[in-house]
Design a protein around this ligand. Structure first.
Ligand code: THU
Length: 146
């Protein structure tokens, strides 16, 4: 987990967490009632927002993180710096919400696991920052298939 960051970076992280909370408002989660928002930063500096989108046929559900990635990739972006994720049930305070395995695999496709940062926030204004390689050690990626 990353520690010791400068003031400017703290401001940017807080901004991304706020944007993830904003994205969470669009979450469509009538089945789980677990609402998630994500804010993804591309290497261009641009931000892409995503929310989870559930489906009556449960397996068609898309997580907030993948929504953000697919929006960004369909907009021409293919390299990313970091993502902020805010998620939780609509009845309780938000606790740290880690990405699922499928989302980590999508990150593996487009991000450097050594540098890509995954920011998890909670309702108390706290956050934790992980590298992709910490949450998906020895992940299978484009390098393995070339
Ligand atoms: N979900 C996300 O969108 N992102 C995560 O990091 C974890 C889970 C969604 C999928 C589903 O709509 C709901 O949360 C409950 O699993």
């Amino acid at each position: 987990m990353k520690n010791g960051i400068d003031k400017k970076e703290i401001e940017e992280i807080k901004k991304m967490i706020d944007m993830a909370l904003e994205a969470r408002k669009s979450s469509y989660a009538p089945y789980s009632k677990f609402h998630v928002g994500a804010c993804l930063q591309a290497d261009t500096g641009e931000f892409y927002l995503g929310c989870n989108i559930e489906n009556a046929g449960y397996t068609a559900t898309n997580c907030a993180e993948r929504t953000a990635f697919f929006k960004a990739v369909s907009d021409g972006r293919q390299k990313f710096e970091r993502i902020a994720i805010m998620g939780g049930s609509d009845r309780v305070k938000l606790d740290f919400c880690p990405p699922c395995g499928v989302c980590l695999q999508v990150m593996m496709e487009f991000c450097n696991p050594e540098t890509f940062e995954i920011i998890l926030g909670n309702s108390d204004g706290e956050y934790k920052i992980y590298l992709l390689k910490e949450l998906l050690p020895m992940g299978f990626g484009p390098e393995n298939i070339s």
